[in-house]
Write a protein that binds this ligand. Sequence first.
Ligand code: ADP
Length: 179
Amino acid sequence: MEATPTTGSPGGRVAVYPGSFDPVTCGHLDIIRRAAKQFDHLIVAVLNNTSKKPLFSVEERKQLLAEVTQDLPNVTVDSFRDLLVHFMKSRQADVIVRGIRSVTDFEYEIQMASTNHQLDGDIETIFMMTNPKYSYLSSSIVKEIAMFHGNVQDLVPPEVQRALIAKFSESAGANGPQG
Ligand code: ADP
């Protein structure tokens, strides 16, 4: 299913969940499901970060996100490469959703939230605590395990597991993932 960029519906509360999602994990999906209940419309926005070398292209990451959220009618998938606050204005969104796993996440996130608020005083960041089941889970860990053909079945949705297996069989012999 192709994700379409969406503008905020008038009167509805639009939130953006930004991230690398390289690839989306069960930890991300847990945050998406919980955040979708809190807002009229949740946009999951893939950061097109040219300084990182991702395993999956932005289009692949968007496609996987669209597949694993297809049962959530108020969730759409998009991407951005500009400042997050500019992207949010263009989508009439005023809330950023971020997940917190640890004190380390918190220290980084508070800096980002303060910066975004400084850039646009109408924007609030809302933090959702990780589901304790996924407190150790990151895209990087998933990539490490999958690269060595370990089992990631409980860490990512089945669509992502298939994509990881395909990716590492197609890149067999090449260097491992970064980022
Ligand atoms: P970024 O590069 O922006 O940190 P990520 O895809 O790593 O992108 O993470 C996006 C967001 O999801 C961040 O707020 C991160 O803290 C959160 N997140 C990542 N993994 C988990 C998890 N297992 N549980 C809860 N939140 C998570």
